[in-house]
Ligand binder design. Structure first.
Ligand code: PA5
Length: 446
């Protein structure tokens, strides 16, 4: 079984023939991705990543996860930001019981640090960790990113204080570049177990490397099934697969054609709150890959039906520059039926005996029709279930479509030059050594 893509509700807005006419150029872009002949070709390690993950690598992540679980850790803190954070957060949240924190579980809770510079957040996390058994992963490809470096400096001192230096070393894992960066030097000098992020895999394409897989394994999820899903989607979207069967190519074609027709904002919609962070991962993937050279669809997201009571009005009747891509989960894991009530004071007996998901599905269908009527094209990506295997398919589906879509737009989807601008200003304002001239210049502007 596979995830499926339904484009029917875009064809009131763009023509099916025009979308099919993208087949030739997408075939070429797909070959460019696989033959490494397109823009940003030194960052194409993700293209064949799923099929190149070895049994030994998977066994190694599982063994490390087991070693940490054997220490009876209650919390595993992942220190990282952007691509070194969102993939693990997306998958772990999608698979975890919504109330695991309060129910207690035999598997460690995954918490994050260094994904912001909130002082209160760090204070509160450190307070919590004083009372918990824990271990840490510090993840940074460049090894020089400020946010995780600050968080790690604090948490490293705390963990050493709590467990003593030697035990702390056995509870810290570094995931970084093979050679470069301050984190690599630190990990070498402290003797941390270290995993390497391949040179040719950029941050936002790195969830299927130790960046994501380690934390997902520590959380107790099946990384083999996740990788198998990605392997199957890799095989189902290679250059030998015709456009009519190639889901990422079709998605890339449709969103580019919608963009050409003035649909500048894509909203990723879910009807399952566990997918909230999957949308955050997706926004980074598409926003950083396509938003450049004055171009690119703006990726946004909503959680329905919650946000139908906040953003629903705008989507129905605001600027007609939107389209929606709905992540639809065919079957929930658990069954809850609405009870009948003799007094029926809430007038809900017409729903008696129905599953809650039936109501959710009718909300989904009704919203789709209303939004299409309101001028919002609708793409549907359906997962048969929310599990590791289909999430693996979905991850690779979006990655492949993003590469293809970026090439169709004419940008390099594998760089992010614009991310540097805020850093330069921040360093100048903080008077970082080496930024003296910039400091003078920026202070003159204030
Ligand atoms: O996609 C990217 O490359 C970025 O968003 C990075 O993931 C992010 O900036 C974190 O970088 P690093 O892993 O080097 O700390």
């Amino acid at each position: 079984k596979s995830i499926s893509l339904n484009l029917d509700k875009t064809f009131d807005f763009i023509s099916k023939d025009t979308v099919e006419s993208y087949a030739g150029q997408l075939q070429k872009h797909n070959e460019d991705l696989h033959n490494k002949t397109g823009k940003g070709n030194d960052f194409l390690g993700w293209v064949n990543l799923p099929t190149s993950i070895s049994e030994a690598e998977l066994a190694d992540y599982e063994a490390t996860a087991k070693t940490l679980q054997d220490k009876k850790i209650e919390v595993f803190v992942v220190v990282g930001i952007g691509g070194s954070y969102l993939g693990a957060k997306a998958v772990v949240d999608a698979l975890t019981d919504s109330f695991a924190q309060l129910k207690g579980s035999d598997k460690p809770l995954i918490l994050f640090a260094g994904q912001n510079i909130g002082e209160d957040y760090l204070y509160e996390l450190r307070q919590l960790l004083k009372t918990k058994e824990y271990a840490l992963a510090v993840i940074s490809k460049s090894g020089t990113t400020t946010e995780p470096a600050i968080a790690f400096r604090l948490l490293k001192q705390d963990i050493e204080e709590k467990y003593g230096k030697e035990e702390a070393v056995s509870r810290i894992i570094a995931v970084t570049d093979a050679e470069r960066g301050a984190l690599k030097s630190l990990a070498n000098s402290e003797g941390y177990k270290t995993y390497v992020i391949p040179d040719d895999v950029g941050g936002r394409y790195s969830v299927l490397t130790p960046v994501g897989l380690l934390a997902i394994a520590v959380a107790g999820f099946d990384i083999r099934a996740l990788v198998q899903g990605a392997v199957d989607m890799e095989n189902a979207s290679g250059p030998d697969v015709a456009f009519e069967n190639n889901l990422p190519a079709q998605y890339a074609a449709v969103r580019n054609e919608l963009y050409k027709n003035g649909k500048m904002i894509e909203i990723l919609v879910n009807y399952n709150p566990k997918l909230h962070y999957f949308a955050e991962w997706w926004k980074q993937l598409y926003g950083e890959s396509e938003g450049k050279e004055g171009k690119g669809i703006f990726p946004a997201s909503v959680d329905f039906t919650s946000d139908l009571h906040s953003m629903g009005q705008y989507i129905q009747e605001g600027e007609r520059k939107l389209f929606e891509t709905v992540l639809s989960v065919a079957l929930p894991d658990r069954e809850v039926r609405i009870p009948s009530d003799e007094a029926n004071l809430d007038s809900l007996n017409y729903l008696a005996d129905k599953r809650v998901d039936e109501v959710n599905k009718m909300a989904e269908l009704g919203t789709m029709l209303a939004h299409v009527d309101g001028g919002v094209p609708n793409i549907q990506v359906e997962l048969p279930k929310l599990n590791e295997y289909y999430l693996g398919q979905l991850i690779y589906f979006f990655e492949k479509a993003c590469g293809l879509s970026g090439y169709t737009l004419g940008v390099n989807p594998f760089d992010q030059p614009g991310v540097e601008a805020y850093k330069k200003n921040m360093f100048a304002l903080l008077e970082k050594p080496g930024f003296e001239e910039a400091t003078k210049a920026i202070k003159a502007r204030l």
